[in-house]
Design a protein around this ligand. Structure first.
Ligand SMILES: [Zn+2]
Length: 280
């Protein structure tokens, strides 16, 4: 159980977890089968000098800290710097979620050293996740870019698409960033129209997932097909097709919200088909 906080407790604990980044690479211990985040005791044993840090909160009684390491810091095996994206599905889910939180706090802090309005050096607030300008008072909070994900249904079929940067053969739901002034529902309608040229109806909220690449919040919806023919947007969508739930292509990893969204809808359609059959 994780409880977020900003102010670190006075007492340090050998079991505190440290999320230390070098750019987008996280410091992990890889001695066992899967990599994990080191604790304070292990860092002390390594002789690592703990840098300026941010307190994130506590995980079952252990403090969680995030920090940025100098670029040239090297570590001996079994220690390693591994890109956060590559750790998706490798770290346990809770440590991955915390690593996503940690990198966003570190990156925000690094990119808001100066006031965006007057250029003065900012100061970090002792009680809030904020950097404040002492000259003009502008407060800068960690930045989040909300994005929607849309899974469009038509009878037994799902509309799935490929972006040019996806792994070969993989398809997923459509996704795009929310623009200033839009509601999530408006983004949904616009993105689906822009990316595949079709109109949708009846959007239903499914769930959300923090997506720290670099600072998105993915909000997933399912919607029904209304009208139009698929017209993939050049440059954005390499291919888009209606797939029957019995013949799905390669899909994203099971811990992504895209996969959970697709799986949940496949199950729902299959279950309603079963009920339909037994009623006939
Ligand atoms: Zn200022």
């Amino acid at each position: 159980m994780f409880s977020p906080a900003v102010v670190a407790p006075e007492r340090v604990n050998d079991a505190d977890l440290w999320f230390i980044f070098q750019g987008t690479k996280l410091l992990v211990v890889s001695s066992d089968e899967s990599p994990r985040v080191p604790c304070r005791l292990e860092l002390n044993q390594l002789g690592y000098l703990l840098p300026h840090s941010h307190y994130l909160g506590s995980l079952t009684g252990c403090g969680c800290f995030s920090a940025e390491a100098p670029a040239a810091t090297t570590v001996p095996p079994p220690w390693a710097w591994i890109g956060l994206r590559a750790l998706f599905g490798q770290l346990d889910d809770q440590q991955f979620a915390l690593a996503g939180r940690a990198i966003q706090v570190v990156q925000w802090d690094l990119t808001h050293k100066f006031c965006g309005r007057c250029g003065s050096l900012t100061e970090s607030s002792p009680s809030e996740r904020t950097r404040v300008c002492p000259d003009c008072g502008l407060a800068s909070y960690p930045r989040l870019a909300p994005a929607i994900m849309a899974l469009v249904r038509r009878g037994n079929e799902l509309l799935l698409a490929r972006s040019p940067h996806f792994p070969v053969g993989m398809y997923s739901a459509l996704a795009g960033f929310v623009e200033p002034g839009e509601s999530l529902e408006e983004t949904l309608v616009r993105e689906v129209r822009e990316e595949v040229g079709i109109a949708i109806a009846n959007p239903r909220y499914f769930g959300s997932q923090s997506w720290p690449f670099p600072h998105s919040l993915m909000v997933a919806f399912v919607a029904d097909y209304l009208e139009g023919e698929i017209m993939p947007q050049p440059g954005e969508i390499e291919a888009a097709e209606w797939f029957s739930i019995d013949h799905l292509p390669s899909l994203p990893h099971r811990i992504s919200i895209a996969r959970r969204l697709i799986d949940a809808n496949v199950e729902e359609i299959a279950a309603s088909n079963l009920i339909g059959r037994s009623l006939r």
